[in-house]
Design a protein. Sequence first.
Length: 412
Amino acid sequence: MKTFLILLVSLCFVSHIAVAREPKESDKDVNYDEARLPAYDLPPLLLTSEGQKIDSAEAWMNTRRPQIMSLFGNLIYGTVPTPESPIQVSFEVLKTDPNFLQGQGTRKDVAVRFENDKGKAEMRILVFSPNNAQGPVPAFMKHSFNSTHGQDFDADPDKPGKFRNGWPIGEFFQRGYGFIAVYQQDLVDHNEVSFLDDIHPLFYRQGQSFPKAWEWGVLSTVAWGGSRALDYLETDNQIDAQRVAIMGHSKMGKAALWTAAQDQRFALAVSAQSGCAGAALWRRKSGETLEKMVTRFPYWLCRNAWKFVNNEDDLPVDQHMLLACIAPRPVYVHSSVDDTWADPRGEYLSAFHASEVYRLLGKTGLSSEQSPPVGQPILDSHVGYHIREGGHSIEPYDWLRYLDFADRHLKP
Ligand code: GCU
């Protein structure tokens, strides 16, 4: 039954990603018009809540950044509680295929297991590495809608160099990268969340059956899983755990940014069309809004976030601050012209405003407030960006740009 449901949900995602988004009746109130945006002021990046000016890398890293991360944790995504009894984590390589893709690479299926006296949970990660490497390779880790338990990550016999899900694993191998898939639903369900299964019970206090208002929602749980996958990679001598980029599309792009902000071991982050609760600015209320998000997906964020519905101006953060918390590590934002639900302009502006912190930390950022022309990626900066024609998907063009960006930062 569970396998059937997983299959059904995966199919929904595949079709969801492939089709253009049709406005629903209930979305007729959504604004896409730049002329009708609300007036807004972004909360300052370089001023603490106490009014202290932040003018050095040290003050950012030690004072302002922790302040902002605590706001994101407690008000937007939810923090991971400390479990009452310690969780034992173990890794088991279940299978190794050294002949993946006609011998171009190796595939490992790895079980990451969690256990304490409250329960057990398990996630399955897939680790792919090129066989012709001289040593541990840099890699992309993808928070994935596709299940790591079925056939989505088998080599496609009809499409050379591709997984069955269409992603170009051959291209990663040829360019000297590994690839890791972490399935979003191993530790928490997508939306019909009970919070009684999987990982949450291991963290509950006596009598608790639901996260508190400031505790982890779905995206935070996915992010935590990414960090545990990185713990495994630290034990795997084919992947260089210090050069792992975290990435994701859409909901998983939101999770990828939050993963990178929290876990400074990730060397780079890629947000593909992450939109609302990802790269896009809340205050613009263009395309999807906080209200739309928490109405449809009440548990993706923590419950405190609900309090800001139609009160975005009261939020002490906006999403440019999340990107800034990834600094000085490179971040890449990908938007598409027709993906208006994700507010491409708001995604760019977030990256633009975050650049202030990159510059403070001695890195480069986006210098123009104007979004670049369609199809002209910005790669030579620690804050990268592209917008292309088309809709809500990752296309071959996009994969290549992520790799081009990573080449500049993760290769010697
Ligand atoms: C919905 C949701 C978005 C999300 C997307 C996806 O459209 O409103 O916020 O990014 O699903 O994950 O594909």
